[in-house]
Ligand binder design. Structure first.
Ligand code: ADP
Length: 427
């Protein structure tokens, strides 16, 4: 599934980048052909100007006449051997052909376009007819503001075509290499994009497996208690009562587990704006310490608090924060042996509110520290299950703190104790 998505991503990436590249290459080719045309046009114009500069217009037998005797190519002098000009023609003001060099031209001037591209097929040899592309100029020649004739001449476009052909080859080659590199980059980026999805998917799979496993154990306990209760003789009220009590106990713990799972799934790291309000965090922690739950858990423990006298007001969801600190406190109580110490602190530091829960309990091994915030992670399954934990308390606390743009961290040493710290932005 992931490989298919990765392939699709790479394909779409290559396709989109490829179309952009091809469009870019097309524009470059178009620009280059325009430039080549400009070069040939300016050369053609220069040559035409040199020829027309030699046209003489003077009176002869009482009439003004055009003299082409000294005109290169059209005059009496032989054409230079290195001349590229394919043909040159002189038409009078009425468009009648007067002189020409090269190919036999039409008698009458048809078009008076300045520049034209002309296709010339050379079919002298019928077996191999060659096509030559020419660029032709038709330049009106004036004397005292009056047209005295037209010079028409053409140059072959072979050189420009050769340059364009080489340029096209280079473009095709570059585009092909770029496409190859793009598809490699697409494959690599697709892999990168898949990483967090693959990670979330694996997490989800682990979560589902763990949740089903955790739910199966209490269900099995309920079933076996019910079966044992049913097998007991009708008049054995004591056994039936004991079994029912056990069933209720297990159902309660199942209820807690489902409640926790629902909490994690529903909240999913977001806060409801209506639940946010300004409140005094010192008051909230004071209340929490007085609560029955902590008292019960803290039997045989020394619970200390170091809360400031002044108020620390923050904008947050008080119920959620109470739940997060409660999870940390009840863990501290759960994992600290009788006679141990648990301390709750609150202070501000570098523009942040810091809540610390410290105990001198059993501590957490270093190899477990990176995982304790994962859902269903328990350092010692047997021990924590007997303490009534499913491995969701820290995950819930972390989700709550993260939703408040805060940070939950831990420092712990086996046998020495643990320090959990919540940092929240001061609002
Ligand atoms: P649980 O509900 O099982 O306690 P948590 O998510 O709250 O799950 O904690 C995960 C694991 O981290 C626990 O199994 C426990 O081993 C360890 N842990 C958490 N808090 C403490 C603590 N204060 N002292 C020692 N171990 C702790």
């Amino acid at each position: 599934m992931f490989n298919r998505s990765r392939r699709n991503l790479a394909r779409w990436f290559t396709l989109s980048m490829g179309s952009i590249l091809i469009m870019f290459a097309g524009t470059l080719y178009y620009q280059e052909s325009l430039q080549q045309l400009e070069i040939i046009d300016s050369l053609l114009y220069k040559k035409a100007r040199v020829i027309t500069g030699n046209v003489k217009y003077r009176p002869h037998q009482g009439q003004e006449q055009v003299f082409l005797g000294n005109v290169p190519l059209l005059g009496n002098n032989p054409p230079p051997p290195d001349s590229e000009v394919v043909y040159a023609r002189w038409y009078d003001a009425e468009g009648q052909l007067k002189r020409f060099f090269g190919q036999i031209p039409p008698e009458k001037l048809r078009e008076t376009f300045e520049f034209q591209t002309i296709k010339l097929s050379n079919d002298e040899d019928s077996s191999s007819s060659t096509v030559i592309w020419l660029r032709q100029i038709t330049l009106p020649v004036q004397h005292n503001g009056q047209i005295i004739g037209y010079l028409q001449m053409a140059l072959p476009m072979t050189r420009a075509q050769e340059t364009l052909r080489r340029f096209l080859l280079l473009l095709v080659f570059t585009v092909l290499i770029a496409l190859g590199l793009t598809s490699l980059a697409g494959w690599f980026l697709g892999g990168l994009a898949m990483l967090p999805i693959r990670h979330s998917y694996q997490q989800l799979q682990r979560f589902t497996a763990n949740a089903s496993h955790e739910l199966r154990a209490p269900l099995a306990a309920i079933l076996s208690n019910a079966q044992v209760g049913l097998l007991a003789p009708i008049d054995d009220g004591a056994t039936k009562h004991l079994r029912l009590e056990k069933t209720v106990e297990v159902a309660k713990s199942m209820n807690t587990l489902i409640g926790n799972l629902l909490f994690l799934a529903r909240r999913a790291g977001c806060l409801v704006p209506e639940s946010l309000r300004y409140f005094d965090l010192s008051d909230l922690l004071e209340e929490l310490l007085d609560s029955q739950t902590i008292k019960a858990a803290a039997q045989h423990l020394h619970i200390k608090s170091d809360l400031p006298k002044h108020s620390i007001v923050i904008n947050a969801d008080p119920d959620l924060l109470r739940q997060a600190v409660m999870n940390l406190l009840s863990n501290a109580c759960k994992y600290t042996p009788q006679g141990g110490k648990v301390e709750l602190r609150l202070f501000t530091e570098y523009g942040q509110v810091v809540i610390q829960v410290e105990d001198n309990g059993i501590g957490i091994p270093a190899e477990d520290l990176p995982h304790i915030f994962e859902r269903f992670y328990r350092v010692d399954k047997q021990r924590t299950r007997s303490a009534g934990g499913f491995g969701l308390g820290l995950a819930i606390a972390q989700q709550i703190v993260a939703a408040h743009d805060g940070h939950l961290s831990v420092r712990s040493q086996v046998g020495q104790g643990s320090l959990f710290q919540i940092e929240l932005p001061l609002t």
